[in-house]
Design a protein around this ligand. Structure first.
Ligand code: ATP
Ligand code: MG
Length: 807
């Protein structure tokens, strides 16, 4: 790609995945000089190194990946290595594809047969060939996390374990940790210390047996089984040791123990095989990485793998790269300064001769919407100045934070793509929540109704659904009507009938909120609480479920902001809202969301010059962009709240900050919001401690908190950020309407007293009859009571709406 001469200085070439410095040679083989062209001395040494294991350690942007790629070309072209004898490991499939392409450009099509892949893909290839030796068939399935959960759920049931104490998520997490450490069920079962561990171990054993019966492997098995195969069968090991003469690993700092062991099996001296007269020399190994960029400890990555490389491979050679070619000195100084606050790390002297460049731009926003608006306006300014939106990346700590950027970009017509995450409105939990709302708003929507009928699981299985469906067909009823008359459904089991009646009662209760014109966010919160959806996620230790909770909190925030904003209701006349007559209702909210989701179509990669890239910091590893916005720099957001009290986790967050800052080539923006919504409730987050770790003189603060306080601090006790007067929002939002809306909302609420209950109290419910209170959660109008109705079972009821009376 060529850079237009009018391009501003941030429009660097190279974003098409092709490095303009790379020689493009295809037909004839490249010359030595071409292969070493554009490399500095230590880089060239790493490319040419032969023999001993090689470790390239270096800070971000110093050309580690470039050296690794160039070395592959060198091996094929200069050292006449057969492409099939090369195994190169990258962290993502995308990175593998790019690396392969680059090598192909250099040495031609024969490069195609080399293995450039992730650890997981490489192991699948080995296993497809060899797994029959350990009793699986080569057409084994690979279970994703949903399959895993379903299976573990069954295992827990079969073992008669207490379903409350033993949830699939946490048990699987525990199993995963053991697999990453290469501990099989027998070993784990032989090393338990208490009853809980014994149960976990039993679950692991049965889970593994079930996997085997299903001829299936989970994600962690792929690596563990491959290692076990190599360890257990010397002839298999020898085959692959003979085959792979060169092993190269990028991002070595993020390997876990199992991955380390795989590398070891292929590349370390092998005393067992050494007995052989025709002994195979170990493969040549090259690993590259940066201990400061290790950010996957929660998935078992072990930073020691890179730190101890020289001990693990005693004759290793180390090469240090110190020149950074990616960023300006300003960006680099900022990154070095932040990471310098981690203890016990090896200091690096990373420098750049790209010049100081622009200062970092800082912005303190009133709330997350204001932050997104700032980002959007800055991008406009950059583009007006001749830059390309495609050069811009926006980073955030958690997936849920993408939503507000997506909305602002949709509104302003700025094309964007979200990398490495399902788009917000396509996420399963968001779809589930919206399905509830749709079904409440329109009970005839049987697609939504069927989607949530047994989500979360409430004992209404396929058979029951079929029986109800039959009744509907026979009597010409909609699915919802048939559900309400389920007692007439032919062949329905008593237990299913009970469960369906519980479901119908819950829906009717929630529908009464819709009839009372309750606000969308209030209905949504009740749906999540009352359906058991939240409880299920909260009880889980699975990090994915934590993400789901964040996304739902985000959706509640959307609904709340929508309900607070009179102009948001597409069919509501703002004048009516001002008069306290109309508040945007649930139907308006659903319409709005549907429109957002429909217009959420963006051009594909081939035309991404105008497309802004959104991604989490974790996804950004290894990438680079001319312009980077690092957003949400707030204590509790980034660093993540989980890490605040824990030095080790905090250091991992700091490495993540280092990764983020060092993705930027010429321009870096940092921002935070004074108030951010979570669960629709505004939370006031202090500035991220990482901001204090930046040298003051490097940052040009466009707006500080001081500027914000001049306008008066938001009154945190009185509602959502949307209703707060803010300098940028003041023109758009009107205080008196906010007050009128609050009034209208209050009027719309059904005037029902919440019975004050305690465990042990006897109550009566309109449909379930007499019951005893077992437990209470939540406070005030969010109180949920678990009530035992004898033969009807234990129900969780939102007291504000449930027709329950204390006896
Ligand atoms: P990270 O730690 O982020 O993975 P890295 O060390 O792998 O970074 P690369 O991505 O290989 O670094 O290189 C960073 C940038 O510097 C790339 O744009 C690359 O093309 C460029 N680069 C690397 N070495 C040189 C060099 N000797 N001359 C010019 N540009 C270089
Ligand atoms: Mg790299």
């Amino acid at each position: 790609m060529s850079t237009p001469s009018s391009a501003p200085q941030f429009a660097f070439p190279g974003m098409d995945g092709h490095d303009p410095d790379e020689p493009r040679t295809t037909r004839r083989g490249p010359t030595r000089e071409e292969l070493l062209e554009g490399l500095n001395e230590p880089q060239a040494a790493a490319v040419q190194h032969a023999g001993t294991p090689l470790l390239v350690v270096a800070g971000a942007g110093s050309g580690k990946t470039r050296v690794l790629t160039r070395r592959i070309a060198w091996l094929i072209s200069e050292r006449k290595a057969h492409p099939g004898s090369i195994l190169a490991i990258t962290f993502t499939n995308k990175a593998a594809g790019e690396m392969k392409e680059r090598v192909e450009e250099l040495v031609g099509k024969r490069a195609r047969i080399m293995w450039v892949s992730t650890f997981h893909s490489a192991c699948v290839r080995i296993l497809r060939k060899e797994i029959d030796k350990i009793g699986y068939k080569s057409n084994f399935s690979i279970y994703d996390s949903a399959d895993q959960k379903r299976l573990m759920g069954l295992v827990i049931k079969d073992l008669d374990l207490d379903a409350k104490k033993f949830q699939p998520g946490p048990v699987l997490h525990w199993v995963s940790n053991h697999k990453n450490e290469l501990r099989d069920p027998e070993e784990v079962a032989g090393d338990t210390h208490n009853q809980v561990e014994e149960h976990y171990a039993a679950a692991y054993t049965l889970y593994q047996r079930r996997l085997r019966e299903a001829n299936a492997l989970d994600f962690d098995d792929l690596i563990m089984m491959a290692v076990h195969l190599l360890q257990a069968f010397p002839e298999v090991r020898e085959t692959y040791r003979r085959r792979f003469r060169h092993v190269l690993v990028d991002e070595y700092q993020d390997t876990n123990h199992a991955q380390y062991a795989l590398v070891h099996q292929l590349c370390a001296d092998d005393p067992e095989l050494a007995q052989d007269a025709e002994r195979v020399e170990p493969a040549e190994l090259m690993v590259v990485g940066d201990a400061d960029q290790s950010i996957y400890a929660f998935r078992g990555a072990n930073i020691r793998n890179i730190m101890d490389f020289e001990q693990d491979f005693p004759n290793a050679t180390s090469i240090l790269l110190e020149q950074n070619y990616r960023s300006t000195q300003t960006i680099l100084t900022a990154a070095n300064s932040v990471i310098g606050h981690n203890k016990g790390r090896k200091a690096k002297r990373l420098w750049s001769d790209a010049g100081d460049g622009e200062r970092i731009v800082g912005y303190v926003a009133d709330d997350e919407r204001d932050e997104a608006r700032f980002v959007s306006e800055e991008i406009d300014t950059l583009v007006d100045g001749g830059g390309r939106a495609g050069d811009v990346a926006v980073f955030y700590r958690t997936n849920a934070q993408s939503r507000v950027f997506e909305e602002v970009f949709i509104r302003t017509g700025q094309p964007y793509k979200v990398v490495g995450g399902v788009r917000f409105y396509e996420r399963r939990e968001v779809r589930d929540a919206l399905a509830y709302l749709r079904m409440l708003s329109n009970p005839d929507d049987q697609v939504s109704l069927r989607r949530i009928l047994n989500t979360p699981k409430r004992g209404i299985g396929d058979r029951a659904v079929a029986c109800v469906g039959l009744l509907g067909e026979r009597d010409g009823l909609t699915f919802w009507e048939a559900l309400r008359r389920a007692d007439q459904a032919p062949g329905l089991a008593t237990r299913s009938l009970t469960n369906i009646r519980g479901f119908v009662a819950m829906v009717e209760e929630l529908q009464s909120m819709v009839e009372a014109d309750e606000r969308a966010d209030v209905i949504l919160e009740s749906v999540l609480a009352r359906s058991g959806y939240l409880t299920e996620l909260e009880a889980s230790d699975d990090p994915q479920d934590a993400t789901r909770l964040e996304n739902l909190a985000e959706l509640v925030a959307v609904a709340r902001e929508f309900s607070d904003d009179p102009v948001a209701g597409p069919s509501a006349d703002p004048a009516d809202v001002d008069a306290g007559l109309v508040a945007p209702g649930l139907g308006d909210f659903l319409e709005r969301v549907a429109l957002v989701a429909d217009s959420d179509q963006i051009p594909d990669d081939d035309d991404d010059q105008g497309v802004v890239t959104l991604m989490t910091l974790h996804t950004a590893k290894g990438l680079e962009f001319p312009v980077v916005f690092l957003t949400g720099l707030e204590d509790g957001v980034f660093p993540h709240s989980r890490s605040l009290g824990d030095q080790t986790e905090l250091e991992e967050e700091r490495r993540l900050a280092y990764v983020g800052v060092t993705r930027a080539r010429t321009r870096l923006y940092i921002s935070r919001a004074v108030v951010r919504s979570a669960w629709g409730a505004p939370s006031h987050n202090p500035a991220s401690r990482f901001l204090d770790e930046l040298p003051i003189d490097l940052v040009d603060w466009r707006r500080t908190e001081a500027a914000q306080t001049r306008w008066g601090r938001p009154d945190l006790a009185s509602g959502s950020p949307a209703s707060m007067g803010t300098p940028t929002a003041a023109g758009r939002r009107n205080f008196s309407t906010a007050a009128a809306r609050a009034d209208a909302a209050a009027k719309a609420k059904p005037a029902r007293e919440i019975p004050s209950l305690e465990p042990g109290d006897r109550v009566i419910h309109d449909s379930f009859g007499m019951g005893t209170v077992v437990a209470l959660e939540g406070v005030a109008d969010k109180t949920v009571a678990s009530i035992d109705f004898g033969s009807e079972g234990v129900k969780r009821l939102l007291l504000r709406y449930a027709p329950v009376e204390k006896l």
